[in-house]
Write a protein that binds this ligand. Structure first.
Ligand SMILES: CC(C)(COP(=O)(O)OP(=O)(O)OC[C@H]1O[C@@H](n2cnc3c(N)ncnc32)[C@H](O)[C@@H]1OP(=O)(O)O)[C@@H](O)C(=O)NCCC(=O)NCCS
Length: 158
């Protein structure tokens, strides 16, 4: 596994269906009523094309997660980032960056040529993180998250 450790006290591991409740709780903390449903998270966790990662403390507490899927767009294999969540009290410690870099490493191993993701146009922290990690913003997707809630599509060559 080529997971990137954000700090000595936090490690990145593969997540599983056993983490569903905690992942859903984290998703609700991060996105409130715009969170993915538990059913959708369950689908992501059991899908063989998915790469579910979690960040855990030394005590085994789950404090972040990233889930991506390997997908085909035309003839190209791409890694699609579906979620990136860090618990508020663990932010700005490199956890989000480590989760995303670890996901990119897994995408590369599975033959993905690029990573793609969507982010709400007003999500400044996430946009800054993606820019820092080399993502370019290629288009604006109108009403992507619902009426009046646009997203940017961002991409990175792997
Ligand atoms: C976006 C998110 C995942 C970032 O996680 P994080 O662990 O705090 O990110 P990191 O500590 O790895 O940040 C790396 C860099 O990104 C940028 N960054 C991250 N959060 C930032 C913020 N709130 N303001 C400005 N820059 C920020 C900084 O450049 C930061 O480096 P620095 O701390 O040395 O300045 C986290 O804020 C989160 O979970 N938000 C809610 C869920 C969400 O919006 N997910 C993304 C969906 S597309």
């Amino acid at each position: 596994m080529d997971y990137v450790a954000p700090a000595r006290s936090i490690r990145i591991e593969q997540a599983s269906l056993e983490d569903l409740e905690t992942l859903y709780e984290l998703e609700r903390i991060c996105f409130g009523r715009n969170a993915y449903s538990k059913q959708f998270l369950r689908l992501l966790l059991v899908d063989p094309s998915s790469i579910p990662l979690k960040a855990v403390t030394e005590k085994g507490e789950l404090v972040g997660s990233a889930i991506g899927r390997v997908e085909k767009i035309g003839s190209q294999v791409v890694g699609h980032v579906y979620t990136l969540d860090v618990r508020p009290d663990f932010r700005r410690r490199g956890v989000g960056a480590a989760l995303l870099k670890s996901l990119e490493n897994e995408f590369r191993k599975l033959g993905c040529e690029r990573a793609i993701l969507e982010v709400a146009v007003d999500n400044e922290p996430a946009i800054r993180l993606y820019k820092l990690l080399g993502y370019t913003f290629t288009s604006r997707l109108r009403d992507y998250y619902g009426r009046g809630r646009d997203a940017y599509r961002a991409e990175k060559n792997l």
